[in-house]
Ligand binder design. Structure first.
Ligand SMILES: [Zn+2]
Length: 184
């Protein structure tokens, strides 16, 4: 009996702010860890709103490219960019949906399917081996998510450091005011 290989379940991406499902990895193009982005060829109708304005990137990995921003159709949180012109190394992002990994949550559909549906005893063991392409895709998603989380942690650390300096200045400011009043 021939058992057709089970395709790996797609990774589903949600808006991190309102949890609207905005896309899945079935239309996967690539991850670009340098930009902290995933690029997908398509999203379900009505999940994103694309800006009419074109912007130009003036620094970073996408320097010199022009793009239209897009946002979550439900909560209007910016989710990513559609590149219209790109440097050569980003050519395969052009006209696709490039999502900011930090603006998304992701989860894998059907991760427990294997546990629910035990394999028939005579199943060809080949189907237990995920395709190399699927593994590479998941590693690319994980790498990009981890790098986006690292950026977020660094931003939070910088903000905490800045606010602790502010607190010290505030205390000195209050002290100064009190002294000033005493002198009057
Ligand atoms: Zn949203």
């Amino acid at each position: 009996m021939d058992v057709p290989p089970t395709p790996p379940p797609p990774v589903v991406f949600q808006c991190a702010s309102c949890l609207l499902i905005v896309a899945d990895s079935l239309s996967w193009v690539r991850a670009t860890p340098e930009l902290r982005t995933f690029t997908l060829a398509a999203a379900p109708a009505g999940t994103i709103l694309v800006s009419d304005d074109l912007s130009t990137s003036h620094d970073g990995h996408d320097l010199g490219s022009t793009y239209a921003s897009f946002a979550c159709a439900s909560c209007n949180t910016p989710l990513g960019r559609i590149y219209r012109t790109t440097p050569r190394h980003l050519d395969d992002l052009r006209d696709y949906l490039t999502f900011d990994a930090g603006a998304l949550k992701n989860y894998q559909v059907g991760a427990d399917e294997a546990a629910r549906d035990p394999l028939p005893e005579d199943a060809d063991l080949e189907i237990l081996k995920p395709e190399p392409g699927a593994i590479a895709q998941r590693l690319a998603i994980m790498e990009t998510v981890i790098m986006a989380m690292h950026d977020e942690i660094e931003t939070l650390k910088a903000a905490m450091h800045a606010s602790s300096i502010d607190d010290k200045e505030d205390t000195l400011g209050v002290q100064h005011t009190v002294n000033h009043r005493k002198r009057q």
